[in-house]
Design a protein around this ligand. Structure first.
Ligand SMILES: [Zn+2]
Ligand SMILES: [Zn+2]
Length: 745
């Protein structure tokens, strides 16, 4: 019998790991102990080598659902004789302990809240070590009740007994609670289950209720009734943007047969999953643009009990915020921010420390593709391929902001923060930086930011007084995708994005960037045209279309089409042209985002974007609905390739040809062009690893087709979105390179 020390790292604290080890050791009759240390869990056992290996393999394969093991190491030490197997108190030493993201309610807890004889029957805060609140309630480490927002609730005798029993599912479950001792819900004069019934009654009657959930408030109404959904849509000032729908797994299965999507819907992360469910009896007001709807499961007991209490099987559950503002997190904030939407508030008494939006994902090639990363995923780190010296704070870009704090190989990417153009979101940005620093006990000694000096994030970086590293926007995109895929060098980044300041003072966006021998060069770009109205052009694809046509010398030919088919007034066309010709309020751009939006405007007739990338999304939607066959429009080798795409789009509109097939042809043509360029670089430079990043890769058809057709190795984002939410990760990763040549010749 020898003595072994086993070290486990990853998310292994606060997830029932020690009781799991206790039971496992007990099963093998092993003696020794298990304890938490600052990097994970430490186990000492007396064991034969044979049993040790079975024990190690069980740790990996049978670990608790919320545990995420990064490494297991073991070695033999001098013999110590143990009499029993024990769970020892935590050891404190220097290191980083990972925090578990919040997850959906587990099956065991679900059973309890549905069982009338259980003391937690219909109790909306039922949880255990295998499920739900974590990051949203943790203030600092170590993860103990006093460092969470549960500190003000004193456990009753029964809860305490569960908490103290190593064999119980609630052993050291910090948020452990029951109706006798835990948080409660209330609305007006009603509390507990009566409050939930009252809420259901309002929803059944066609009302809208603001419901405090896990990471913030939702605005909830019956998704099958047109009037409340339309009212909510109008109040949110989102005429065409899809609203998320909450329903049971058993319900969604009747309408969707996409296995990977359903699996993701039902996963512990429980993001909103975009699915096609044309037959679901949901108000068309939920998504007037297409049959695609974001579905989310009732991932907390509160949502589950509420959905059960309602007559409908489908609830709209959209984040409780005004347009472009962060999600509200407490009574006062919510009532102030949401009074325009409703006078009904279902509050609860458990404070939210870290506010989190719902994550949003779709499926590409049978694997999840994340569009917004927050609840369920944050603050789990991305492991960098190489280490950062010291500790770096990367503050991200301007839109879809996230921040990253990196130390060693850990890059802690924050939850989605939002667009930094209003004071509330800027406050949320600073709040998140401070909270992440406290949570992990990290003090950055450097800061990385975008090269754009006017971004709120860049200004913040300057104000920290720390040494600053500026990282060009699209380099950061490429780096983020490299970080996620463990790549260090020799890659070609196909970065198709909306806006980022280039090193030449113009706006870049559709860029082929190469990193070879640690030298970054810009090989190719999308067509460079004038962006009239500067940043405002993103809202005005009709005006950008005029700019492209003018650039390609096609304006005279299609001026009539612009006015008669796309209803762009002649005086607007003249004004745009004169702005461009006299270079007033214009900046040159190679944006791929503007390119797609303009083609989208030409085809779909959407000349004003009511929300970000509106015309481009319509363009993709049209292409998605066409059959999977396409015909060539032009030759990818032609110097007039891009011009020919615009001619084609204008001809289609002029002739009233079917938009769906035309959109599909245009998409396929662009895919072929990208592959043509990429293969040329491969032949000339010997580069075989291709990186896809940038907001345009939220276009699923484009991403999917590229991966399907291209023979080279294509890497796309995995856990982090391809849009500007990845910028902070890229900025942080850039800091791991001590020598890097940036666009030097
Ligand atoms: Zn549970
Ligand atoms: Zn209790």
């Amino acid at each position: 019998m020898s003595t072994y020390k086993i070290l486990v790292t990853g998310v292994v604290q606060g997830v029932g790991f020690r009781p799991f080890i206790f039971k496992l050791a007990d099963g093998y009759g092993l003696k020794g102990y298990v304890t938490n240390n600052s990097s994970g869990v430490e186990i000492l056992i007396n064991s034969s080598e044979n049993v040790l290996h079975k024990f190690l393999s069980d740790i990996e394969t049978r670990c608790p659902p919320l545990a995420h093991i990064l490494s297991i190491t073991h070695f033999e030490i001098d013999e110590i004789k143990f009499e029993i197997f024990a769970i020892e108190p935590s050891k404190v030493s220097a290191g980083i302990t990972l925090v578990s993201p919040d997850t959906a309610i587990c099956k065991d807890c679900l059973k309890e809240i549905s069982d009338p004889s259980n003391r937690r029957y219909q109790y909306p805060f039922t949880n255990c070590t295998n499920c739900w609140p974590r990051y949203s309630i943790i203030k600092s480490m170590p993860y103990d009740r006093p460092t969470t927002t549960m500190s003000k609730f004193r456990m009753c005798k029964e809860c305490q007994a569960e908490y103290d029993d190593p064999t119980d599912r609630r052993f050291h479950a910090q948020p452990n609670a029951c109706p006798a001792c835990g948080p409660m819900v209330y609305i007006g004069k009603y509390a507990g289950i009566n409050a939930i019934r009252e809420t259901a009654k309002i929803i059944n009657d066609g009302g809208i209720v603001a419901v405090k959930g896990l990471g913030g408030y939702h605005l909830i109404c019956d998704a099958t009734q047109n009037i409340p959904v339309k009212t909510l849509r109008n109040l949110k000032n989102r005429p065409d943007k899809p609203l998320a729908v909450m329903c049971e797994n058993s319900t969604i299965q009747k309408y969707v047969n996409n296995e990977p999507a359903l699996k993701l819907f039902n996963s512990p992360q429980a993001p909103i999953v975009i699915m096609n469910a044309p037959d679901a009896p949901i108000s068309p007001q939920a998504n007037p643009m297409s049959d695609n709807i974001g579905f989310v499961s009732p991932y907390t007991p509160l949502h589950k009990i509420l959905l059960d209490a309602c007559d409908t099987d489908f609830l709209i559950a959209t984040s409780g915020n005004k347009k472009d503002e962060p999600i509200a997190k407490n009574d006062r904030e919510a009532e102030k921010a949401l009074s325009g939407f409703t006078s009904h508030f279902l509050h609860h008494t458990r404070p939210i420390h870290n506010r989190l939006d719902d994550s949003l994902a779709t499926i590409v090639d049978d694997t999840p593709y994340i569009m917004r990363r927050a609840r369920g995923f944050a603050p789990y780190p991305v492991m960098l391929p190489s280490s950062v010296d010291g500790c770096v704070l990367a503050v991200g870009a301007h839109l879809k902001n996230t921040i990253t704090i990196a130390k060693g190989k850990y890059a802690f990417v924050s939850q989605y923060i939002g667009d930094l153009d209003n004071p509330d979101t800027c406050d949320f940005f600073e709040e998140t930086i401070e909270k992440m620093k406290t949570l992990y006990g990290l003090e950055p000694d450097r800061v990385a930011c975008d090269a754009h000096p006017d971004y709120h994030s860049s200004k913040y970086a300057k104000e920290t007084g720390l040494p600053i590293q500026k990282v060009q926007h699209h380099v950061a995109h490429m780096m983020a995708c490299m970080a996620e895929n463990g790549l260090r060098d020799d890659v070609l980044g196909v970065i198709l994005d909306g806006t980022g300041l280039g090193t030449d003072g113009t706006i870049w966006g559709g860029e082929f960037l190469m990193m070879k021998d640690r030298k970054i060069s810009r090989l190719l770009s999308f067509p460079k045209v004038m962006q009239p109205g500067l940043d405002g052009a993103a809202k005005n694809p009709g005006r950008m279309l005029v700019s492209y046509l003018h650039h390609f010398g096609l304006l005279n030919k299609y001026a009539d089409t612009l006015t008669s088919k796309l209803f762009i007034p002649e005086k607007d066309i003249r004004l745009t042209v004169s702005m461009i010709d006299r270079n007033i309020n214009c900046i040159p751009t190679t944006s791929a985002g503007r390119f797609f939006e303009s083609l989208g405007a030409a085809i779909s007739g959407i000349t004003t974007n009511l929300f970000e990338a509106h015309s481009a999304m319509k363009f993709e939607g049209l292409a998605q609905s066409a059959e999977d066959i396409s015909q060539d429009i032009t030759d990818v080798k032609s110097d007039d390739f891009y011009k020919n795409l615009f001619s084609y789009a204008m001809e289609v509109t002029n002739n009233n040809d079917p938009k769906e097939i035309a959109s599909r042809n245009l998409h396929d043509q662009i895919v072929k062009k990208i592959i043509f360029e990429v293969e040329k670089v491969q032949r000339e430079m010997g580069i075989t690893d291709i990186i896809l990043s940038g907001g345009v890769f939220q276009n699923i058809l484009l991403t999917q087709q590229l991966q399907k057709i291209c023979d080279l190795t294509i890497y796309r984002h995995k856990a982090i979105p391809p849009n500007d939410s990845c910028i902070s990760l890229g900025q942080a990763y850039y800091n791991t390179y001590s020598k890097i040549k940036n666009f030097s010749s």
